[in-house]
Write a protein of this length. Structure first.
Length: 228
């Protein structure tokens, strides 16, 4: 049996060609709005150096740049090369963006080299949540900020919860043929930490002043804080 991280890497590599399309359909286009709303919560300094962990096809990076066009440098890191190939095309005209293929538990870079470290719909896929958050903390400078956008383990309104549990696997299977992948994605949102539990995990990693905001019927949640 493959380790979790290898299973997830292979899964995202396989669904990469239709990943964006499925996200638009399954969220009725709300995913991009959630990303922009989350990025707008952060007050970054001009010329900020930013890391997007588990950046996938580049949607969170795109949203960040819409809200923070004066960003100095943005690094998009993901361990599925097919996802990064899509991000590379999507962000081709953004000269401040660089892409790195790496595991979230072994991020490159010296300690404290980023003003903001963020992750959009990524941390629930970490094979070890505490280790991944500790890596994010290691790379965040003192006074820097962390931002996580995730589908946490809180219950959405009943209709959204039913669709998340049963509709997501069905639609994903019909449009991509990868039933296991979308079963996993639905189950991972149900089993992932609540905002309260994620706050505690972020504090264990060394972040402080953690707060969160629910978005659209509690389907998505933005969680952010600072590193002392």
């Amino acid at each position: 049996m493959k380790p979790k991280r290898e299973m997830i890497r292979c899964m995202f590599s396989e669904i990469a060609p239709r990943y964006d399309l499925l996200n638009r359909l399954l969220t009725l286009g709300s995913d991009r709005a959630w990303q922009r709303q989350a990025c707008a919560l952060i007050k970054a300094p001009p010329g900020a150096v930013v890391l997007d962990v588990g950046g996938g096809t580049g949607d969170t990076a795109w949203a960040w740049l819409q809200e923070h066009p004066d960003t100095g440098r943005l690094v998009v890191a993901d361990f599925a090369e097919p996802m990064l190939r899509i991000a590379r095309r999507k962000l081709a005209d953004q000269k401040m963006v660089s892409l790195v293929c790496c595991d979230a538990l072994e991020l490159p870079g010296c300690a404290g080299c980023f003003d903001v470290v963020m992750a959009g719909f990524a941390v629930r896929n970490f094979s070890d949540l505490d280790a991944g958050l500790q890596e994010m903390a290691r790379l965040t400078r003192p006074g820097g900020q962390v931002l996580i956008l995730e589908m946490c383990g809180n219950r959405a309104v009943w209709l959204a919860e039913l669709f998340r549990r049963y509709g997501v696997p069905l639609v994903g299977w019909v449009l991509t043929g990868h039933r296991h992948a979308y079963n996993y994605l639905a189950e991972s949102t149900q089993q992932f930490a609540t905002p309260e539990q994620l706050k505690i995990a972020l504090e264990r990693a060394g972040f402080r002043n953690i707060t969160w905001r629910h978005l659209t019927w509690r389907i998505a949640t933005a969680v952010w804080g600072t590193k002392p």
